[in-house]
Design a protein around this ligand. Sequence first.
Ligand SMILES: [Ca+2]
Length: 152
Amino acid sequence: MKRFEMKSAAAAATLLAMGAYAGGAFAHTQGGGLGGSAAAVDYYQVTCSNDGSGAPLSLEAQIADNSGNGSRAIALIQKGNLASNATDATEGDGIAAYGAFVFVNGGAGVYNLSVAHTAAAADTYQVQFHCMTGNNGTGVHTGTAVSNKQNQ
Ligand SMILES: [Ca+2]
């Protein structure tokens, strides 16, 4: 377990560096790793607010599963009575190969973003998310902040 944590930290640092390179103010990415338990969940809260670009209407999110090990990483986003589930069609093909964006039209406020996986294996992943001024990820990017609440 200790060994995985060190590898995971190195992977996260690489992901962060690449995220910074890829993108300026619009790059809202979160890299992480899920441990060996199939029940592992990394839980984040993403807060959408008006940063001057406009009031948020939706949060969009997509995930890249960077570990081709038969355990699929998924991202569930939820606010109020609305939820959506992002998956990556091809595991292990690199952090730039994200799955499709999914959307929750929850307006301003706090969205729950949980990353889980389907089997007992060590997975590394990267999630990208943006608060947008239109429904279904349309409009322009607006205030987006993330905090990690659980790291497994
Ligand atoms: Ca995987």
